[in-house]
Design a protein around this ligand. Structure first.
Ligand SMILES: [Zn+2]
Length: 490
């Protein structure tokens, strides 16, 4: 049986993973070593191969023969990635192919790399498909809510193992050293991890381009500086983002802020996130429109303070966003609780860039991370009453109107439903403790067995909208204050 499975792996790799004829026996023999086998016979196998059941069979074999000594999801994923690595081209070959395809067009290049990253199961398509995704109409534009079930919870045994590693290598999950590493500090296995080199802002091959294994949206990619160095948002960032869009005009790209609380989860390694997706923010209504030379400024009707700066002219656009950024950096208005700096700087932006036809559209989201003793998580961060839904930093994906909520929520919502329609007592479930105040407000709504699921979904949407509103830097003032700030730029 295992001999047939190896033949199937080889056939799959020839068809989907660019395994060349010359590399066939190298791949076979690496797999034999991995599975502690010493013999192989070539068999004719049909091209109709389901990757996932094939991998399951090989993993079962490895477990039964004590090659895989633990069957935690992390261990199984790591072993699978190593198996796939035996079948895949080396990074330099993928790089060569990517740039060869790029000559035909940027879309051809990214499609090649994206399809390959799915075929190698580096992008966990099967798990991503389990995510719950729905639209919440809301009072701005329709928001998208995702309950993320794809990223597996770490097994306590694996966490313990990781905790014992003192000398952290690679230094972080975005470092280039992750390419081919068997175990990593991240949940995602890395043996089959591939990154292609790109140049941005005149820095030749200084950047890596990869896909996200637990993609939150279509073709979710990460663009990282090869050198492990901290996140920054400054004039260079805008140049880098524009250069990326010039090279990959079919993608959107954005940067998280470089400051804690309002930034993303990784602040110690400079990177951007991109993808091929239309986000809810693109449908926001325009509250006010201004024009300065070749540049348009739209203040959007959005839960956060967002200015869309657009132009057909790259230089005019860059001048305008850099000016806006500088002005926001200096903006100080204690009456509205906007403190530009105390011991450190507090103002920054979340910039996102997309091409609309031939027009560059920069979404500049104003941010501030000022915190006090009373509000240690920051004044412009979700309030503690909303932590039961979202406690983490609000980064660029959520700013654009796509909520990424934790997988535990799905189970908790089922329990809440049982309390609301079957009369169960929420206090009997420790998981519901954080939701108790919310459950009380839900009891006042007209909830029946038939509408409960839908009402809960919409209520989660309302809470997410409030989460975003909490991050609005002008929430202690009025829209006029935001208008005044932008008008000072004209
Ligand atoms: Zn790093």
């Amino acid at each position: 049986m295992i001999n047939t499975r190896i033949n199937q792996l080889i056939r799959y790799a020839k068809e989907h993973l660019y395994l060349g004829m010359d590399d066939e026996y190298l791949a076979v023999n690496q797999i034999l070593y991995l599975l502690k086998l010493t013999h192989f016979e070539k068999e004719e196998v049909s091209e109709d191969i389901d990757f996932f059941s094939l991998i399951d069979d090989v993993l079962t074999y490895a477990k039964e023969n004590q090659i895989l000594t633990s069957d935690t999801i992390t261990e199984k994923d790591a072993f699978e990635a190593k198996l796939v690595d035996c079948l895949m081209p080396r990074p330099s070959e993928i790089n060569r192919l990517f740039h060869q395809f790029y000559k035909k067009g940027p879309l051809t290049a990214t499609t090649f790399f994206h399809v390959l990253s799915k075929a190698s199961n580096y992008i966990k398509t099967k798990r991503i498909d389990q995510n719950v995704h729905y639209v919440y109409e809301g009072k701005y534009a329709p928001l998208e809510i995702t309950i993320n079930l794809s990223k597996p919870e770490k097994d306590p045994k694996d966490i313990q193992k990781q905790a014992m590693i003192a000398d952290k290598y690679p230094a972080c999950v975005l470092c280039m050293e992750n390419i081919g590493v068997y175990q990593s500090t991240n949940l995602a296995p890395r043996s089959n991890h591939r990154v292609v080199s790109i140049s941005l802002n005149h820095e030749q091959d200084a950047w890596g381009f990869q896909y996200s294994p637990y993609a939150y949206f279509n073709e979710h990619c990460i663009i990282l500086r090869k050198e492990h160095s901290p996140m920054y948002v400054n004039d260079r960032t805008f140049d880098e983002l524009v250069d990326f869009i010039n090279k990959f005009p079919h993608y959107l790209i954005g940067s998280n802020a470089g400051l804690p609380i309002v930034g993303g989860s990784i602040l110690n390694h400079h990177h951007f996130q991109g993808g091929r997706y239309d986000f809810p923010i693109e449908n926001a209504k325009v509250l006010k429109h201004y024009k300065r030379g070749k540049v348009h400024y739209d203040i959007l009707d959005w839960p956060l303070s967002v200015v869309r700066v657009s132009s057909n002219n790259e230089n005019s656009l860059l001048d305008a966003v850099k000016d806006l950024y500088k002005a926001w950096n200096k903006y100080h208005n204690p009456e509205l609780n906007i403190y530009q700096s105390t011991e450190e700087e507090h103002n920054t932006v979340t910039p996102i860039l997309k091409l609309n036809g031939s027009t560059y559209e920069f979404y500049i989201v104003l941010r501030n991370n000022y915190s006090t003793k009373e509000q240690p998580y920051g004044l412009f961060h979700p309030k503690e009453e909303l932590f039961h839904i979202k406690k983490e930093n609000i980064g660029l994906i959520e700013v654009m109107g796509l909520a990424i909520l934790p997988g535990r929520l799905l189970y908790e919502l089922d329990l809440i439903e049982a309390c609301l329609v079957e009369g169960k007592n929420p206090k009997d479930y420790p998981e519901l403790e954080k939701h108790l105040a919310w459950i009380e407000t839900l009891k006042e709504k007209d909830i029946t067995k038939d509408n409960c699921k839908e009402v809960l979904k919409q209520e989660v949407g309302t809470l997410f909208e409030e989460v975003l509103e909490d991050c609005n830097v002008f929430k202690y003032g009025t829209k006029e204050d935001l208008y005044k700030f932008v008008e000072s730029q004209l």
